[in-house]
Design a protein around this ligand. Structure first.
Ligand SMILES: *[C@@H]1O[C@H](CO)[C@@H](O)[C@H](O)[C@H]1NC(C)=O
Ligand SMILES: *[C@@H]1O[C@H](CO)[C@@H](O)[C@H](O)[C@H]1NC(C)=O
Ligand SMILES: *[C@@H]1O[C@H](CO)[C@@H](O)[C@H](O)[C@H]1NC(C)=O
Ligand SMILES: *[C@@H]1O[C@H](CO)[C@@H](O)[C@H](O)[C@H]1NC(C)=O
Ligand SMILES: *[C@@H]1O[C@H](CO)[C@@H](O)[C@H](O)[C@H]1NC(C)=O
Ligand SMILES: *[C@@H]1O[C@H](CO)[C@@H](O)[C@H](O)[C@H]1NC(C)=O
Ligand SMILES: *[C@@H]1O[C@H](CO)[C@@H](O)[C@H](O)[C@H]1NC(C)=O
Length: 501
């Protein structure tokens, strides 16, 4: 009897302890939420209380191109910006955080994957920000494919040791490679290690029959997409990446508090709304927001909004920097290799000088003579060359993991469930993208109006914008129509009733 009583006591104590511990855990996590909410709110309010820029349509002295990875920003950099801005005007080492010095005097163009927190190092009032956004699902696919593509180039090496040693040697030379640039400096080595492991496993097994026909789920050859998107690294870097980058909260942020905010938001989804709000406000204040999908319109708009002003800045003030261009100590670094890695182009792994763009494209069209029309012409031929070389490189690289090949047909084999999963992992980006589409539509309207009113003047843009809303006009027109119709109807009715009388 006594023993049973003892056992009972022990049980009661155990249950009690269990209860206490769960309750205290719950309260800790509740406290955690409260604390996180405080941190995120604090950050959001300090990020939002900057007042509206009233001259956001005017190109300032410094153009900051916030390049969200895999949105096609490279095209804009090579085929627009480099035609407009002399190399000497480019901020040094745009893609290389370690050596960046944005305060380089006279530097007028900064193109980087660094996030919005970079603004803390720039003169705010003299900086215009532009960016391009892309449908989040396509962006995730593209990030996956590019990780694989770059990593697969290393498969020319017999083993991982020799591959990493070689890339270390290349990096010590005075160039920037994809492996130096966030986020690829995390994504590529991760994928590279994985590719070598899979190749090793195939060797061990001997016969390597690939069962799947779905390139996004071919685990013998390459990490399947579903595995990629659920890895903590992808959660850290890829999902909602556009929102985090525009908000200045990537894991590459300059802001010390950003990392706490980020962790809180990743932990408590509901806090994402604050981040979204800040990101939307930032888009509102940008000089230009393009969309990867609406490529043609985006490019035209870029030429009209940014191009025209850059051209008139240079011709107007005569402060064009070609006089300083002879000091070419920075020139070599300025090629954006992020999406453009030529370092591993050839299978013999010797270093190759980046990107031999033909001299015509390189902007022998002197920048002083540049017009929007010419800019568009140069752009067209530039992108077609760029695309060609890009697709060649991709095909060559993916050969190494054949039969895996990322094609349109392959994409159709991706299950609806997986697409859903990507969407829900990127819910903030989905919202931000919708918002960007709205801004884009407005910009487009504005550009068309402006073309009608005057081709050159960008001042008075804001007045135009507020006083001249198409919505208001269309509402007024509809009201008029309704009135007209009503009058006609009434008179017609009167007539018929008169007839009856
Ligand atoms: C990796 O490859 C290099 C070059 O062929 C070779 O010297 C080295 O022994 C290899 N290492 C391993 C661990 O197999
Ligand atoms: C950023 O994310 C990568 C990948 O998860 C990680 O290795 C790295 O340590 C992170 N950096 C910071 C500053 O958190
Ligand atoms: C070229 O740039 C370097 C540093 O970037 C500077 O020390 C040097 O004086 C410059 N030379 C000319 C001719 O501007
Ligand atoms: C390496 O390149 C040479 C010519 O550039 C080619 O003949 C050879 O097949 C290539 N080797 C591999 C493994 O791709
Ligand atoms: C690798 O290519 C370079 C030039 O691209 C060439 O000079 C060198 O001989 C090549 N090496 C091998 C082993 O093919
Ligand atoms: C640029 O314009 C100047 C005069 O305005 C002219 O002399 C020069 O030939 C033009 N250059 C090009 C490449 O059109
Ligand atoms: C992969 O697909 C592309 C077309 O999308 C094709 O040109 C290429 O030859 C394919 N590669 C292989 C190894 O089948």
């Amino acid at each position: 009897m006594r023993q049973i009583g003892d056992k009972f006591d022990v049980l009661v104590i155990l249950v009690f302890l269990l209860l206490v511990s769960t309750i205290s855990k719950a309260s800790v996590s509740k406290e955690g939420f409260k604390q996180c909410e405080h941190i995120v709110k604090q950050w959001a309010s300090s990020s939002l209380d900057l007042e509206v820029k009233d001259d956001k349509h005017v190109l300032q002295n410094l153009l900051f191109f916030l390049h969200v990875p895999r949105t096609g920003g490279r095209t804009y950099f090579h085929c627009f910006l480099k035609k407009l801005y002399a190399s000497s005007l480019e901020c040094p080492r745009s893609y290389d955080k370690l050596r960046i010095d944005p305060r380089k005097p006279k530097c007028r163009l900064l193109v980087t994957h660094d996030d919005y927190s970079m603004m803390s190092k720039l003169p705010k009032d003299e900086t215009s920000v532009v960016t391009i956004l892309r449908n989040p699902i396509d962006r995730v696919f593209s990030a996956y494919e590019f990780s694989v593509e770059v990593a697969a180039r290393f498969l020319v090496h017999p083993n991982l040791t020799s591959a990493t040693r070689m890339s270390g040697r290349l990096r010590s030379k005075n160039t920037i490679s994809t492996l130096d640039i966030w986020p690829w400096k995390y994504l590529v080595p991760w994928m590279r290690e994985d590719l070598f492991a899979r190749r090793e496993a195939r060797k061990q097994k001997g016969n390597s029959v690939v069962a799947s026909t779905n390139p996004y789920d071919m685990e013998e050859m390459v990490m399947p997409l579903h595995e990629y998107i659920n890895n903590p690294i992808a959660r850290d870097i890829i999902h909602n990446g556009a929102t985090f980058q525009v908000a200045g909260l990537t894991n590459n942020s300059y802001l010390t508090e950003a990392h706490d905010v980020r962790h809180c938001v990743l932990k408590y989804q509901s806090l994402g709304d604050y981040v979204l709000k800040v990101a939307k406000k930032r888009l509102d204040d940008m000089l230009y927001v393009g969309l990867t999908e609406n490529h043609k319109e985006s490019a035209t708009m870029f030429a009209n909004v940014v191009g025209t002003q850059a051209i008139s800045q240079f011709t107007g003030s005569g402060s064009h920097g070609d006089d300083a261009a002879n000091n070419n100590s920075e020139q070599r670094s300025s090629l954006l290799e992020s999406d453009f890695d030529n370092t591993y182009h050839h299978n013999n792994s010797s270093y190759e000088k980046p990107s031999q763009i033909s001299s015509v494209e390189r902007g022998e069209v002197t920048k002083e003579n540049m017009t929007v029309g010419k800019l568009m012409d140069v752009y067209e031929s530039c992108i077609s060359n760029l695309r060609k070389s890009q697709s060649e490189r991709r095909v060559n690289s993916l050969k190494k993991i054949s039969p895996a090949n990322f094609t349109k047909e392959g994409r159709r084999q991706v299950s609806e469930a997986l697409l859903q999963e990507i969407t829900s992992l990127n819910s903030l980006d989905v919202e931000l993208y919708k918002y960007a589409q709205m801004i884009f539509a407005n910009q487009h309207k504005l550009m068309l109006q402006n073309k009608v009113v005057t081709n050159q003047q960008y001042h008075g843009f804001d007045e135009l914008y507020s006083a001249f809303s198409w919505e208001a006009i269309s509402i007024a027109v509809s009201v008029l129509f309704v009135l007209l119709f009503a009058i006609l109807f009434v008179t017609a009715k009167r007539r018929t009733s008169k007839l009856k009388l």
